[in-house]
Design a protein. Structure first.
Ligand code: SF4
Length: 208
């Protein structure tokens, strides 16, 4: 049975045909990589740093822009909290469906756990109901079985701000309903229809 990642759910919502090309046919089309490179470097560095590895040599390879982003993350208030794990795969079963993904980091203080997600680009437009927020919060919530509260924090490294979402009972219920609904749509889809509103920047538009 599929383990649906936030990207799979986002892709299906954006355009079922795109989901079909990417995840059913498994057609991968090279994309421009420059913006991804900075993000990848920062994520790798953050992981080594949190694990306690010596990163002094790696820091020297950063350009001015990357170094500014890295310094901003290193001094972020949530990055100072107690480390639990990083680059951490978590999955959970929501009704009949498995969902999961890889968390950038999980940290804690006395009262609360925090899932950290660093963004070198922009944070989602509707962070409370982005599939990444939903899947990671539900998976961590099922995994962490003590009385601490749980939050998701987007660390916006472009604007040097944080966006925190606290998991409440009401949100948990809404999230469960949304995940169940979209997974059901995917697993029962016979015809992966086209959503032509977002074709302009789609990597499949040459042959769709
Ligand atoms: S080109 Fe348009 S319709 Fe085709 S997969 Fe991409 S977004 Fe969907």
């Amino acid at each position: 049975m599929d383990n649906f990642s936030p990207n799979m759910l986002k892709t299906f919502k954006e355009c079922p045909k795109k989901y079909y090309f990417r995840y059913v046919q498994k057609i991968s089309v090279p994309q421009k990589s420059a913006p991804f490179e900075k993000g990848k470097k920062i994520h790798a560095l953050a992981n080594y740093y949190l694990r306690g590895d010596d990163i002094s040599k790696l820091e020297k390879t950063l350009n001015k822009d990357e170094l500014a982003v890295w310094e901003s993350l290193k001094s972020n208030e949530y990055f100072q909290k107690t480390y639990i794990n990083s680059e951490y795969n978590l999955s959970c079963k929501i009704n009949d469906y498995w969902v999961g993904g890889r968390l950038d980091a999980l940290v804690k203080d006395d009262d609360r756990y925090y899932i950290l997600d660093y963004k070198t680009g922009s944070i989602p437009q509707n962070p409370e109901f982005d599939f990444q927020t939903i899947v990671y919060l539900l998976a961590a919530d099922k995994f962490l079985k003590d009385s601490k509260e749980l939050s998701f924090v987007y660390i916006d490294l472009k604007n040097n701000t944080n966006y925190k979402i606290d998991l409440t009972g009401e949100l948990r219920e809404k999230y469960t309903g949304q995940i169940t609904a979209i997974c059901k749509q995917i697993t029962t889809a016979h015809d992966f229809c086209k959503n032509t509103k977002c074709c302009k920047f789609c990597e499949y538009n040459k042959f769709c």
